[in-house]
Design a protein around this ligand. Structure first.
Ligand code: ZN
Length: 171
């Protein structure tokens, strides 16, 4: 396994819709293992392939932060089937270090996806799980979380990210 470099905004891959995954092979298995390792090392609860520079529709997620093995899950070619209710809470993103702001999301989300062997399954999540699945499925579609805020806030975040990028101060 290897740590992958996390791509920071405004890298173009983050705003490019990912290609569907078609080959459930050893290369995919290694990518998934590396994405889990990278996510845990960065103390994130979700990481999508575009965030490591791979323009494919998959993400890894563990809302327990490594505490509960049952919550370690990979969703390949995810599709949001149903949403219910709403919740507003602070959200961050490993591609926007140091940036947090309130984002309104559905309270519950039902997502279907394929697992590492290509078997289709359904995940029905509430609260943080729903928030994470929606945030990461957005990444698979080339959508970043600042699209869920006001245009004014979006401009502020963009300016801050460009400034940090020029100073090379991302950590
Ligand atoms: Zn993100």
């Amino acid at each position: 396994m290897a740590l992958l470099e996390i791509v920071k905004y405004p890298h173009a891959v983050l705003e490019t819709p990912g290609e569907p995954v078609v080959a459930f092979d050893a290369k995919l298995k290694r990518l998934v293992a590396d994405m889990f390792e990278t996510m845990y090392a960065a103390r994130g609860v979700g990481l999508a392939a575009p965030q490591v520079g791979v323009s494919r529709r998959l993400f890894v997620m563990d809302c327990s932060g490594g505490q509960d093995p049952k919550q370690r899950v990979v969703l390949i070619n995810p599709m949001v089937m149903r949403v219910e209710g709403s919740q507003t809470g602070d959200e961050g993103c490993l591609s926007f270090p140091g940036i947090f702001f309130p984002v309104e999301r559905s309270l519950r989300a039902v997502v279907t996806a394929q697992d590492g062997r290509g078997e289709r399954f359904e995940l029905d999540g509430m609260e943080l799980t729903a928030r994470c699945m929606l945030h990461e499925t957005d990444h698979c579609d080339g959508i970043v979380f600042i699209n869920h805020t006001t245009p004014l806030k979006r401009q502020m975040v963009k300016r801050k990210m460009r400034r940090l990028g020029k100073q090379n101060k991302w950590v």
